[in-house]
Design a protein around this ligand. Structure first.
Ligand code: CUA
Length: 366
């Protein structure tokens, strides 16, 4: 370094300090090409799961429109920043130099304020119209209500059909019928979301939130919780089944009989189904004392010391359920310590009480 640091050669720096016409044209071309590529790439990505509701269409279109407007802005800003960093960076020997003096440019400021303002106004208006449209009540006025309750770490669904309601551990919906969800939480914040339906809202303790969905595709879709609610958040998953109307009605009838809401009628012993379940429920909530430690939607039990029976017993048969009651350490559910459940139910409950509660647990967790 022979050069005197106080008098560096500044001619090159001054020349580079000006944005030439060539640079500007290059930025515009690069940004234009990059913006087109960015939009093509963004639109070719399959962002969402299969669309299974009437609401999904307008939401997916809104998403695409937002991409078409926001990707070019992002790309243009990046191009200008990267060009500036490369072209106008400090070279060795320029450490003590000031850049060329810059004064405000009113015309430029008016342009870069007006364009984003108009864009935002337009996109907000469009978004509002889409929201208004997808939240509208059906013109027919006919709609089903389902009460959704979030609780660490499960969803339960209560159907208000006919005189008395019944509950289900999974969500069942008839296709092409508008459903209004009344969403509650009994403990902390959760968020009721069926990604295939797109709609999503928080379950907030103390208030009831709502949204509507009209399923338009048969099949089974995950129901998830979209609000961090504790250690079990990731496992707070259920399934939404969209059925044809006749299959849905058959399911409703089956649930109503199983929960004693209506009698089976016709078939021999059908009427007794409700009574047998009531007897089992009485053991569960009474002498069995099961409610204190287990969650079971049908018995309105919310204990969390032991496994959630709605969830864990669903795939089990009666023999497994009986063994789990009289010999609880024979199989201990993952994540729960052994010797937590009393092992003397085989002697404190009568044989008929055990049979009743086994049958009851089997029926209500299907
Ligand atoms: Cu409930 Cu996350």
């Amino acid at each position: 370094m022979e050069q005197d640091p106080k008098e560096p050669d500044t001619t090159g720096a001054r020349e580079r300090g000006n944005v030439t016409r060539g640079t500007l044209v290059r930025i515009i071309i690069i940004a234009g090409v990059a913006a087109v590529l960015g939009v093509v790439l963004a639109l070719s990505i399959n962002w969402f799961p299969v669309a299974a509701s009437k609401q999904a269409g307008p939401i997916d279109t809104l998403w695409d429109v937002l991409l078409i407007f926001s990707v070019p802005i992002f790309v243009i800003v990046c191009t200008v920043v990267i060009t500036s960093v490369v072209k106008f960076r400090m070279r060795p020997g320029e450490e003590d130099l000031d850049g060329p003096p810059i004064h405000g440019n009113t015309k430029l400021e008016v342009i870069w304020t007006t364009i984003p303002a108009l864009l935002l106004l337009g996109l907000c208006t469009y978004s509002y119209l889409v929201l208004h449209d997808i939240e509208k009540a059906p013109a027919s006025g006919r709609e089903m209500r389902v009460a959704v309750t979030g609780q660490q770490f499960n969803w339960t669904f209560k159907y208000e059909l006919g005189k008395r309601s019944f509950t289900s551990a999974q969500l069942y919906l008839p296709i092409h019928e508008s459903v209004k969800f009344d969403i509650r939480s009994v403990d902390v914040l959760h968020d009721f979301w069926v990604p295939a339906f797109r709609m999503k809202i928080d379950a907030v303790p103390g208030i009831v939130t709502h949204y509507r969905v009209t399923p338009t595709r048969l099949g089974s879709y995950p129901v998830v919780c979209a609000e961090l609610c504790g250690l079990g958040h990731a496992f707070m998953r259920n399934t939404a089944h969209v059925y044809p109307p006749d299959k849905f009605n058959a399911w409703v009838r089956k649930m109503q009989i199983a929960q004693g809401v209506i009698s089976g009628g016709g078939g021999a012993g059908g009427g007794g189904g409700g009574n047998a379940l009531a007897a089992g429920r009485a053991v569960f909530t009474g002498p069995g004392g099961c409610s204190a430690c287990h969650t079971l939607a049908d018995a309105k039990a919310t204990g969390t010391v032991g496994p959630d029976l709605d969830k864990f017993l669903k795939p089990r048969n009666k023999a497994f359920i009986k063994t789990s009651i009289v010999d609880p350490n024979a199989y201990v559910e993952k994540g729960f310590p052994a010797n937590t459940m009393p092992s003397n139910f085989g002697s404190t409950l009568s044989q008929s009480q055990i049979d009743a509660v086994v049958n009851y647990l089997y029926q209500v967790t299907r």
